[in-house]
Design a protein around this ligand. Structure first.
Ligand code: ATP
Ligand code: MG
Length: 122
């Protein structure tokens, strides 16, 4: 199993949109996909509730619970776990980064986003 974390320092940059689209694309490509909503806003979970028909699995995870959820997903035969994170969640973000094989940082092409992202990457 591979784990992809979608991150950004700023809010509203498009993390959930990217996470959901990547999860659906991988699911449509016959992968077993689990989208983990780590954001207390639960946007990805809201999306999953209104999506008609089949699609990627979704879990709502709380801080500190990701490692156990990841182990369970691995045992269940999931190929790809996509983590949708909240903005500026220092501890949560660190947890997602530790869990991830790859981190995808989403940002707008603005001065403020670039500066905040430089700090985040450091
Ligand atoms: N590529 C895009 N082009 C235009 N609008 C977009 C794009 N991606 C996302 N949006 C819009 O931007 C808004 C924020 O998107 P989204 O909720 O995915 O961001 P987010 O980073 O997950 O936000 P949050 O930090 O609140 O979790 C939404 O209204 C979404 O429809
Ligand atoms: Mg979001």
């Amino acid at each position: 199993m591979r784990t992809l974390a979608v991150l950004s320092q700023k809010g509203g940059t498009g993390k959930t949109t990217v996470a959901v689209h990547l999860a659906v694309a991988a699911w449509a490509g016959q992968r077993r996909v689990l989208l983990a909503d780590l954001d207390p806003q639960r946007s990805a979970a809201e999306w999953r509730r209104v999506r008609a028909g089949n699609g990627p699995g979704l879990i709502e995870s709380k801080p500190g619970a990701l490692f156990v959820a990841q182990q369970a997903a691995e045992r269940a035969g999931v190929d790809l776990m996509v983590l949708d994170t909240r903005p500026c969640g220092d501890t949560d973000t660190a947890e997602a980064i530790r869990a991830a094989d790859l981190c995808l940082v989403v940002l707008r092409p603005s001065f403020f986003d670039l500066k905040a992202t430089q700090r985040m990457v450091r």
